[in-house]
Structure formats: C-alpha cells, structure tokens
Design a protein around this ligand. Structure first.
Ligand code: KG4
Ligand code: ZN
Length: 339
C-alpha cells in the first residue's frame, strides 16, 4: 500500500488529503477563503497567499488526524505546482518540499488541471481509461484523451474565458455573489432555458476548443442594452433574471456536451468522464449523462466532493505519477500556466 499526503493551494481553497493507493480517500480537508474574497467580487492573489500561509499547517495536521495517519506512515508527498496563482502555489510547494526533506519522503509536483481530468476515477474499483475527459473549471475548459494516469493528450482547450469564469462573470452581471456558478445554478432552477437565444460558439465543425466570452458579452448587452455596460439591471424583475441565468447555463451546457460527444467520435472512445468545479453543476451532469446514455457511452462524473479544488485528487494522481517514476527534486518550482 502507498499512502500519499496531498497538498493543494492553487487558488482560494486550502486543502490537504491522505489517499491510499491513488484511490482510497482517508481524509480530504478543504477550507475555502471565499468569504475573504467575496467583497472584491473575485480572488485577490495577495490575500489568497496570506490565507494559505496562515492555515496550511493546521489543515495538514487535520488531514493526518482525520485519516489517523502518523507522519511516519506517509510514503510520499504530492503537491499542486501548476497552474494557478503563483504566490498561492508557492505556499503549498514550499510546505511540501519542507515535509519531503524533513521526513525523507519522495515528492511529486502535480498539474491540478490534469488532476481534475482523472478525478472521476477516485473511489472507482478500476480506472476507466481510455476515456475522453472533459474538465470545466474556473480557469480552464479542456478535453483530454486519457490513456492512463500519466499518458494524457490534450484534444482541445479554452481560447478565452473558461466555463467557470463565464459563470462567475455572468453572475456578477446579474448582481449575484461570488463564486457565481452555484448562484447561477440556483437561480436557473426557476428560469426558462429557452427564454433568451444566446449564441453558442463552436469555433468550427471539427474544433474541440472552447470560447465562452461571446455568450458572456451577449448576456451583458442583453441586460444593459446593445453596447452598454451599466444601467439595465434595475429594469429586470426576478423572473427575467432567472430566465437569463437558465438560458446562459443552457448555452454553456450545450457547448460542453456537443464538444464532448464530438471528441468521443473523433477519438473513437466510448467512455466519457467529467471533472472540475463546473462539474458540480447538476444540470450539466444530467445533460452529459443523458447524451452518453443515448449513444450507449459509459459515463463517469467526478463525485461532487472532488469537483472543486481539493487535495484528494492531487494525492491520487501524485501516487500514480510516483509509480510511473515521476518524482520531483527539491528545486520543484511553482508555475502559473498549464502544460
Ligand atoms: O475547479 P475549481 O474549483 O477551480 C479552478 O480550478 O478554477 O472551479 C471553480 C469554478 C468557479 O468558476 C465556480 O463558479 C464554478 O467552478 N462552479 C460552478 C458550480 N460550482 C462551482 N459552476 C457551475 N455550477 C456549479 N454548481
Ligand atoms: Zn481547479
């Protein structure tokens, strides 16, 4: 058995987890800084770094305690070292390197978007690969062909705003709180998804890349009037807002589902997985499940607890990386961009 302590500090969640054999989650402690950032309408990098620094040691201790795991029982450390806010990543990377040195245990650096891409395998009896993995998070929307935990090919990615970013920005346009995804999902429940015909940007019939900035701008002009960026919100009643939220959400879901089906066709792969923060959206999960059922594809959605940023998926992928020989040295660095 391999026990890995995972650490994740890429954005505004501080998380530590203990995972056995890259699959069995013994603990997954997450503390969100969302209350610190809410009044600014988004994540403030400097505040995020300081908040990670203040609580990471407590979160690590809690993860070990919850798992009833002594430091001597940890076989290795895995830490998110990309992509994310560089100052925030550095807090986790420095902590992991320090523990690796102090405990004389191997260390591996994990790309957290790749971890979202394989998070659907968490707690499954056997890994679902090969699979087309759709990742929809705050900073990235990507499609991958996952052949194994460490053999992952990029099929398509964000060309501008990611899906989660679009949810957050549309929520701000509608005067909803940050983070916007859950707020839009809640409001959309009482809205008509066909009320407003916002654009579905496909970037060409064979493209697996994503663009959500057009729909965001279309919502902005729908609310305020063409070419205007203020002044229109007060004119909207609660039902108008719910209809806009539902119509916007439907556009994002339609594009994500269509591209995932296109990726499956292009790669001749009949297993689809879904991960990332936006994967917490119930309507998206149901729509993708229905599209897969129609085509007799196998579908695995990441369990809701592991959709938004968490260290369990970092420890899990880290375990498989170490088994494949991808250990890092103590000069492991943090990097803002994805691979
Ligand atoms: O993966 P994640 O925790 O962080 C990044 O790697 O970016 O994703 C966060 C994003 C945010 O944009 C948030 O609004 C979105 O996931 N999100 C949702 C839902 N829950 C979180 N979007 C739509 N529906 C949700 N229920
Ligand atoms: Zn993420």
């Amino acid at each position: 058995m391999t026990t890995v302590l995972g650490i994740e500090t890429s954005c505004d969640e501080t998380s530590a987890a203990v995972v056995d054999d890259g699959r069995l989650v013994r603990s997954n402690v997450i503390t969100s800084q969302v209350d610190l950032h809410r009044k600014y309408g988004g994540v403030v990098p400097e505040i995020a770094s300081r908040a990670h620094l203040e609580c990471l040691d407590v979160i690590i201790a809690e993860a070990l305690e919850t798992a009833r795991c002594r430091p001597s029982e940890v076989d290795a450390l895995a830490v998110t070292n990309r992509p994310g806010l560089v100052g925030a990543l550095l807090i986790g990377v420095t902590a992991a390197k320090t523990l690796s040195w102090a405990w004389s245990k191997p260390l591996t650096g994990v790309d957290h978007i790749r971890a979202h891409a394989v998070s659907a395998a968490l707690e499954l009896g056997k890994p679902p690969w090969p699979a087309v993995a759709l990742v929809a998070s705050g900073g990235h929307t990507s499609l991958y062909l996952v052949r194994s935990y460490t053999d992952v090919e990029v099929l398509g990615r964000t060309t501008d705003d990611a899906a989660g970013e679009a949810f957050d920005k549309v929520a701000a346009i509608l005067g909803l709180a940050y983070p916007g995804g859950p707020e839009i999902e809640r409001l959309a429940r009482t809205g008509d998804p066909h009320a407003v015909d916002f654009p579905r940007t496909m970037l060409g019939p064979d493209s697996l890349d994503f663009s959500f900035s057009g729909v965001k701008t279309a919502v902005l002009y729908h609310v305020h009037g063409c070419g205007r960026t203020t002044g229109g919100l007060e004119r909207l009643g609660p039902q108008n807002k719910a209809d806009i939220a539902a119509s916007f959400q439907q556009v994002v879901i339609d594009v994500l589902v269509r591209k995932a089906m296109l990726a499956a066709r292009q790669t001749r792969c009949s297993t689809i997985t879904l991960g990332g923060g936006v994967a917490a959206n119930r309507t998206l999960r149901d729509a993708l499940a229905a599209a897969c059922a129609e085509r007799r594809y196998t579908f695995f959605a990441t369990p809701p607890a592991y959709c938004t940023d968490n260290a369990a998926m970092i420890a899990a992928l880290g375990c498989h990386q170490l088994r494949a020989g991808h250990a890092a040295a103590l000069d492991l660095d943090a990097c803002a961009s994805a691979r």
